[in-house]
Design a protein around this ligand. Structure first.
Ligand SMILES: Nc1ncnc2c1ncn2[C@@H]1O[C@H](COP(=O)(O)OP(=O)(O)OP(=O)(O)O)[C@@H](O)[C@H]1O
Ligand SMILES: Nc1nc2c(ncn2[C@@H]2O[C@H](COP(=O)(O)OP(=O)(O)O)[C@@H](O)[C@H]2O)c(=O)[nH]1
Length: 233
């Protein structure tokens, strides 16, 4: 059950997990818009830290540039204080935790209500990522078929050029996916054992979304979702 802070306020804390290209970012945006949960993306947070040259950002950059995960102690030192600032908000974490050590650190700092795990076929991931273009500074994601930018090759908000990440090329993806599976399995097992894991499998986000939406509607009372939406917009 959502954690009760006082008589009028309930908080809801969720995590979304899935391999690269599984739709975490896309679904997180829909959840944020529809249910008022604050979307906290570890990738976006790292990019903000890199852009503002914080000590952790400078360190994280050296790993990201090599295609490596940022070490657990750097991630937890960055993310946990951010979560502690959000004691009055309901949130959805995307991209964290990625490892068992991160899950354990998160566990000792707060109680999660729900974990969404996306289980998408490899061929679908390859196809999607081959069409994924991003606006590097903000992390905004487009897909040339599914959600194209208004003007081809250009970010809708800033008008800056979009790029395709080397990591999203099919040859890099297989290795990334294998790595994701190895690292995520123990995390998924922890959440399964806690009874808070919900797994969704399909090739289309639009087919998965109604199930996620009804799950959240059942778990988050309407008045809480309305209050959260009002406080985040
Ligand atoms: N929880 C984390 N632990 C370690 N490194 C992380 C974590 N979250 C993000 N990173 C680092 O930041 C980079 C960018 O993260 P981001 O989630 O935006 O993109 P990604 O890894 O390409 O994932 P996806 O394709 O699933 O969106 C990652 O490749 C990784 O190096
Ligand atoms: N064709 C298609 N593309 C999708 C679908 N869902 C998401 N995408 C696109 O696939 C890519 C990966 O989605 P994203 O949300 O970035 O996944 P993440 O890596 O898990 O955060 C993006 O370019 C999305 O726009 C879908 O159902 N069909």
């Amino acid at each position: 059950m959502a954690q009760k802070l006082d008589d009028t306020k309930l908080l809801f804390r969720a995590v979304i997990m899935g391999p690269p290209g599984s739709g975490k970012g896309t679904i997180s945006e829909r959840i944020a818009r529809g249910f008022g949960l604050q979307h906290l993306s570890s990738g976006d947070f790292l990019r903000e830290n890199i852009a503002s040259n914080t000590e952790a950002g400078v360190l994280a950059k050296t790993y990201i540039e090599k295609g490596l995960l940022v070490p657990d102690h750097v991630m937890t030192r960055l993310l946990l204080p951010r979560l502690e600032e959000m004691t009055c908000h309901s949130w959805l974490l995307d991209g964290f935790p990625r490892t068992l050590a991160q899950a354990e650190a998160l566990n000792s700092s707060c109680e999660l209500d729900l974990v969404i795990s996306l289980n998408i076929p490899l061929e679908t991931l390859k196809e999607r990522l081959s069409h994924r273009w991003i606006h590097q500074a903000s992390g905004r994601v487009y897909n040339m078929c599914f959600n194209p930018p208004r003007v081809q090759g250009v970010d809708d908000i800033t008008g800056e050029p979009l790029i395709q990440q080397d990591d999203d090329k099919p040859e890099a993806l297989v290795a990334r996916l294998r790595h994701y599976k190895d690292v995520a399995k123990p995390v998924i097992d922890v959440y399964k054992a806690k009874g808070i894991l919900h797994t969704f499998s399909d090739t289309d986000t639009d087919r998965i979304w109604p199930y996620i939406s009804s799950l959240l509607s059942a778990k988050i009372p309407t008045d809480i979702a309305d209050a959260q939406r009002a406080s985040t917009h």
